[in-house]
Write a protein that binds this ligand. Structure first.
Ligand code: ADP
Ligand code: MG
Length: 215
C-alpha cells in the first residue's frame, strides 16, 4: 500500500460517509443523540481539506494527519476514538510503500489505541464489535495466502457481520449505555461507520489490485 492508495482510501471513506450521513444519524437517533452522521461527515470533510495539496512523506503521514484532524474537528465520542485509531495506524507505517503485513500491524495498532482510550471490549455494542472481527479476518486471510485486496474484502465482510451482531447487544459503553436494556434491538451507529471504513478499504484495494483478466 503506497501513499496514493492510502489517500484514495481516506477520500473514499469521506465520500461514503457523506453519502451515508443521514443513515448514520438515523441509527444514532434511536440509541444516541442523532449526530453520528453529522460528526463523521464534519470530520472527514475536514480531513479531505487537510489532505488536499498536502505533500505526505509516508503512508503513516497520511493517516496521522487524518487522525489529528478527526481528533480536533469532531466533538462526539467518535472523533477522539477514530482519530486515535488513525493516529496509531499512522505511527507504525513510516514507509512510502508498505507491505500487507505492515497494514495488518497498523490496523491492530489502531484497534489497540481505540480500546485503550475507550475501554470497550467485544460485546459492548461499539466500534469494537465491527473492528475486532474485521482485524481477525484480515489477519487470517493473509495467513491463508491472501492479498491486500482479499484480506480487506474479508475484513469488510466480517465488519458487516459484526455490525449486524450489535443489534442484539445491550450497550455497555457510550451514550447508548444510558438506555440499558432499551438499547437492545438497534444497530450500533459506530459499528456501522466502521463497516463503511473497511468497505472503502476493500473497494480501493480491489481497484488497485493487478487484474488477472486482460483488458
Ligand atoms: P456521541 O456518542 O458523543 O454522540 P457519536 O454519535 O459520533 O458520538 O458516536 C457514537 C458511537 O461511538 C457509538 O455508536 C459507538 O459505536 C461509539 N462509541 C461510544 N463510546 C465508545 C467506546 N468507549 N469505545 C468504542 N466505541 C464507542
Ligand atoms: Mg451521537
Amino acid at each position: 500500500m503506497d501513499i496514493p492508495l492510502t489517500r484514495t482510501w481516506i477520500t473514499t471513506v469521506a465520500t461514503t460517509i457523506a453519502e451515508q450521513s443521514d443513515y448514520l444519524t438515523q441509527l444514532d437517533s434511536a440509541i444516541g443523540d442523532a449526530d453520528h452522521g453529522v460528526n463523521m461527515n464534519r470530520g472527514f470533510s475536514a480531513v479531505v481539506a487537510a489532505l488536499d495539496g498536502y505533500e505526505a512523506t509516508s503512508v503513516g503521514d497520511v493517516l496521522l494527519r487524518t487522525g489529528t484532524t478527526l481528533v480536533s474537528r469532531v466533538g462526539g465520542a467518535s472523533g477522539p476514538l477514530y482519530g486515535t485509531a488513525f493516529r496509531a495506524m499512522g505511527k507504525v507505517l513510516d514507509g512510502t510503500d508498505v507491505d500487507d503485513r505492515d497494514v495488518a500491524a497498523a490496523l491492530r495498532a489502531g484497534l489497540e489505541g481505540l480500546q485503550k482510550l475507550g475501554a470497550a471490549v467485544p460485546g459492548d455494542k461499539t466500534i469494537v464489535d465491527a473492528y475486532a472481527p474485521a482485524l481477525e479476518a484480515f489477519d487470517s486471510d493473509l495467513d491463508n495466502g491472501g492479498t491486500l485486496a482479499s484480506a480487506a474484502s474479508a475484513a469488510a465482510d466480517a465488519a458487516r457481520d459484526g455490525m449486524r451482531g450489535t443489534t442484539a447487544m445491550q450497550a455497555r459503553k457510550g451514550r447508548a449505555s444510558y438506555l440499558g436494556p432499551r438499547s437492545v434491538g438497534h444497530q450500533d451507529p459506530g459499528a456501522t461507520s466502521t463497516w463503511l471504513i473497511f468497505r472503502a478499504l476493500a473497494e480501493v484495494t480491489d481497484r488497485a489490485a493487478p487484474s488477472t483478466v486482460e483488458a
